[in-house]
Design a protein around this ligand. Structure first.
Ligand code: HEM
Length: 482
C-alpha cells in the first residue's frame, strides 16, 4: 500500500477545507447526480472529493468504468453501506449491502438459481402474463370512463404482485388499493432515505446521534415491509404444520435451506432477503416503464413506430407474449434509450475499495467510496450524438446492450455485482411496456398536452419521476382486451 500511495496521486478534485472537506461543494443539493456531473466537467471523468471523513471517488466515463469492472472488479466490489440500511440489522443479511464474502455468495447463488435462472423464469411465464392482463383490465376500466391513468403506480402494483407471486405465491396488494400505494410510498421512502446525503455517512462518529432523523424514518418504513413479510412467513409455517401442500416458491426453498443462519437470526435473514428483492425489483422496473411512456407520449412519431412494430409482429386481436420480445427491435431500442437517459439507479450502489488500487494513474485508497455516475455516462456527448434527445434509433444502428459488456450503457451495473434481477427485469419491462402500447392508443390529458410533461426527477438510490405522468388510454377496436 505504501508503494502505491507514494507513486500515484489521488484523482483531481476541488480544494478541501479542514474538517468538512468538500461538503460545501455538495451544497443544499437534492440532485447529487447533476452536481457530480457538472463537477466532472471541471475536474475530469475521475475526480475525488473529501466528504467529511470519507474519501469519495466519482467515475463519469465509459473508459474508467471499464477499468473498474474489469481490471479491479474484485478489489472494488465492497459496499459502502449507508447508515440507513443498518436499521433492523438489514445489512447483515443483505445481498445488496454485504461485502463479497461467503455469505453474500451463498445468498446470491440461491436467488440466482431459485428466482432468476431461465428455467425458473420460463415456469412463471403464464403468471406474468396474468398479472399484465390485470394491469390492462385496470387501464381499460379507466379508458371506458375517459379518466387519465397514472402509469407509474399501476406498473408498480403489477411488478409488486409479480414478485410476490413468485416469492410467496400470493398477491401483496390490489391494483389501485390503499395497501399497494402504502407499499409504493414505503419503497420510495427507503430509496430516498438510503440514497440521500446523511451527515452520519460523512462522519461515522456521529452515527448514534442520527442528526437528520434518517434512521428514525427508515425504521418506520422497514417495519411496514417486515409486517407484510412476517404475515407471509407465519401463514406458511402454520400451513406446513397443518400438512398443506408446499407451493415450492422462494419462501419454501428458503425455509428448507435455512440460509446458513443461526435459529435466532433466521427470520431476520429471511426478511432482509425479501426486503432486498422487493426494494430493488419494484421501483426500478416500474420507473423504467413510466419514464418510457413519458418520453413516448411527447414523441408521437416514435410512439407510432413502436405501436406499428407491435401490430405487424403480433397482429391485431392477439396479446403480446414474452417470446415476442426478440422480434421487436424497436421496442428493445425504446427500453435501452429510456435506461440511457433515465437510469433507475443513477450511481449504481456505492462501492468500497477493499484494497488500495491504482486506476488510470490515480490512487484509490483502501476503504474509499466509489460512485459510478451512469447518469452522466448516459449523457456523455463524446459517446452519444445529441445526448439529450430521446432517439431509440441510435440503438438500431449500433450493437450495444445493457448486459454489462458495453460500458457506455450499464444501467444494471457490470462485473460480479451486476444486478442479479436483470433477466426478470428484462422480461417484465418489455412485456408491460409492449402490452400497454399494443392494446391502447395513448394521449396526454389536455393540460399536459398544452404545458408539456413535467420530467423533473426525485433523487434517491433510485431516480423516480418527481410527479407521476398521467395519460389517457383509448382502447384499440378489435384488440383482445376483456
Ligand atoms: C429495470 C430494472 C432494474 C434495474 C435498472 C436494476 C439496476 C440495478 C443496479 C444498478 C444494481 C447495482 C449494481 C452495482 O452496484 O454494480 C442492482 C443491484 C441489485 N438488484 Fe437490480 N435492477 C433492476 C431490477 C431488479 C429486480 C427485478 C430485482 C429482483 C427482483 C433486482 C435485484 C437486485 C439485487 C438483489 C441487487 C444487489 C446485487 C448485489 O449487490 O450483489 N433488481 N440493480
Amino acid at each position: 500500500h505504501k508503494t502505491k500511495r507514494s507513486l500515484y496521486p489521488l484523482p483531481p478534485g476541488p480544494r478541501s477545507l479542514p474538517l468538512i472537506g468538500n461538503l460545501l461543494q455538495l451544497g443544499p443539493t437534492t440532485q447529487p447526480h447533476i452536481t457530480f456531473t457538472s463537477l466532472s466537467k471541471t475536474y475530469g471523468p475521475i475526480f475525488s472529493l473529501q466528504l467529511g471523513q470519507v474519501t469519495t471517488i466519482v467515475i463519469s466515463s465509459q473508459k474508467y468504468a471499464k477499468q473498474v469492472f474489469t481490471n479491479h472488479d474484485l478489489a472494488l466490489a465492497g459496499r459502502h453501506e449507508p447508515d440507513a440500511v443498518r436499521v433492523q440489522s438489514h445489512h447483515e443479511w443483505s445481498i445488496a449491502w454485504l461485502p463479497p464474502g461467503p455469505r453474500w455468495r451463498s445468498l446470491r447463488r440461491i436467488c440466482t438459481t431459485e428466482l432468476f435462472a431461465s428455467q425458473r423464469l420460463d415456469s412463471y411465464v403464464s403468471l406474468r402474463k396474468q398479472k399484465v392482463q390485470e394491469l390492462l383490465n385496470f387501464i381499460n376500466k379507466s379508458a371506458k370512463e375517459g379518466s387519465p391513468v397514472e402509469i407509474g403506480p399501476a406498473a408498480f402494483t403489477t411488478t409488486l404482485n409479480l414478485l410476490s407471486r413468485t416469492i410467496f405465491s400470493t398477491d401483496l396488494a390490489g391494483l389501485n388499493s390503499d395497501s399497494s400505494q402504502e407499499f409504493k410510498k414505503t419503497v420510495e421512502g427507503i430509496m430516498v432515505e438510503a440514497g440521500g446525503p446523511n451527515v452520519s455517512d460523512f462522519y461515522p462518529v456521529l452515527t448514534p446521534l442520527d442528526l437528520q432523523g434518517v434512521r428514525r424514518r427508515m425504521d418506520r418504513f422497514v417495519l411496514v415491509l417486515h409486517r407484510a413479510f412476517d404475515e407471509q412467513i407465519d401463514r406458511r409455517i402454520k400451513n406446513r404444520e397443518e400438512g398443506s401442500t408446499a407451493p415450492n416458491d422462494l419462501l419454501d426453498v428458503l425455509l428448507d435451506s435455512n440460509l446458513g443462519a443461526e435459529e435466532s437470526e433466521f427470520r431476520q435473514s429471511l426478511k432482509s432477503v425479501f426486503g432486498d428483492l422487493f426494494a430493488a425489483g419494484t421501483d426500478t422496473s416500474s420507473n423504467t416503464v413510466e419514464w418510457a411512456m413519458a418520453e413516448l407520449l411527447q414523441n408521437p412519431i416514435k410512439m407510432a413506430k413502436a405501436c406499428n412494430e407491435l401490430l405487424s409482429v403480433i397482429g391485431p386481436g392477439r396479446e403480446m407474449e414474452e417470446s415476442n420480445i426478440s422480434q421487436l427491435p424497436y421496442l428493445q431500442a425504446v427500453v435501452k434509450e429510456t435506461l440511457r437517459l433515465h437510469p433507475p439507479v443513477p450511481f449504481l450502489l456505492p462501492r468500497r475499495a477493499q484494497e488500495t488500487v491504482e486506476l488510470g494513474g490515480y490512487l484509490i485508497p483502501k476503504n474509499a467510496k466509489l460512485l459510478v455516475n451512469v447518469w452522466a455516462i448516459g449523457r456523455d456527448e463524446t459517446i452519444w450524438p445529441d445526448p439529450l434527445k430521446f432517439w431509440p434509433e441510435r440503438f438500431l444502428e449500433r450493437d450495444i446492450d445493457f448486459k454489462g459488456r458495453d460500458f457506455e450503457l450499464i444501467p444494471f451495473g457490470a462485473g460480479r455485482r451486476i444486478c442479479p434481477g436483470l433477466p426478470l427485469a428484462y422480461r417484465m419491462v418489455h412485456l408491460m411496456l409492449g402490452s400497454l402500447l399494443h392494446q391502447f392508443e395513448w394521449k396526454l390529458p389536455e393540460e399536459e398536452a398544452k404545458c408539456g410533461v413535467d420530467m423533473s426527477e426525485k433523487f434517491g438510490v433510485t431516480l423516480a419521476m418527481a410527479r407521476h405522468v398521467k395519460a389517457v388510454a383509448i382502447p384499440i377496436p378489435g384488440q383482445h382486451i376483456r
